[in-house]
Design a protein around this ligand. Sequence first.
Ligand SMILES: [Zn+2]
Length: 251
Amino acid sequence: MLKRFLIRLWRLAWWQKGILAGLGALAVVAAGYVALKLYGNTQSNSGVYIGEWFNNRGDRAHLITTREQCPGAPFLLPSEGFIGLLWRDPDGPYTVLHRHSGIDIFGDGDPGEVPVYAVYEGTLTRLPEWKSTVIIRHDDPLHPGDTIWTYYTHMASEDGKTSFVDDAFPPGTSEVWVEQGTLLGHQGEYAGDALAPVGLHVHLSIVKSEPDGSFMNEADINNTLDPSPYFGLHLSIDGKPDRPIRCVAEH
Ligand SMILES: [Zn+2]
């Protein structure tokens, strides 16, 4: 049986063998992706809440975390909303091999309506090519003398044509002092590709410094810090916290 199958395979033309090999490789990649997703789902409960948030506009306010400062925490949330994807989250579009580097706060409103504020005092920079993003350099309140950065993005319309970053911070802004709570802009849906809007939210990550003092690439989880101790909120996916996220001290 197997022998006959192998002989038949051997007699196929080279291009037929090529097509078979290609299909085989595709099947292996697809199966690997599905396995990764299933494994990721055992580590995250975020997808369930995100589905609830977007499918239930009329009844979703109970998922919102307010912007009250948690006891003893230096940072204040940048926006009011449902904290959907958490730090290290493997839920879609992320995987266990490419985890989410920050937190996603989904505001209850329309694009350009939900304000985004500075989480802590520092100096703000907006690179000339940034349509929807700003970054703020801080003296690390938990490790004085260290420099950390907070990175805010998705502040533009879904096609990227209208920026929702505040007019006070035009492209090319460099090292402008801001206080905690300074208005930075408003939430949007743009993530660098007009064809792939991401749903109204702001993404925030805490980014480490390069040895020369510049900010690291925030897309890599290894270049970011767990925001939980800075906000006093359970913001890591470890332990799969229920939503709304609440102050750690209240548990
Ligand atoms: Zn995000």
